[in-house]
Design a protein around this ligand. Structure first.
Ligand SMILES: [Zn+2]
Length: 86
């Protein structure tokens, strides 16, 4: 069961873990090489976590699981994470 969300929801989930302004962070997809702002990606709520997909090729960029007092961040679909200095 997947619930599609706005990319800003993914930014919000990552914001709980990382100290950067996640709406400004850009991720380069390992699948197609496209670079997208996290806020412009497609996010899906999935069981106990959030999945961020590339809007161009649907590759899973980031998987965020929050369980038993810890966050698990699976970033296998991200080639480069570009973080703007605040
Ligand atoms: Zn892609």
């Amino acid at each position: 069961m997947e619930n599609k969300l706005d990319g800003n929801a993914a930014a919000g989930a990552l914001q709980a873990i990382l100290p950067f302004d996640m709406t400004l962070v850009q991720a380069t997809c390992t699948g197609c090489g496209a670079t997208n702002a996290i806020g412009a990606t497609a996010a899906y709520m999935h069981g106990m976590g959030t999945i961020v997909r590339c809007p161009r090729c649907d590759t899973v960029l980031i998987r965020i699981v929050h369980a038993r007092g810890r966050y698990l961040l699976d970033m296998r679909g991200v080639r480069v994470l570009q973080i703007m200095e605040g």
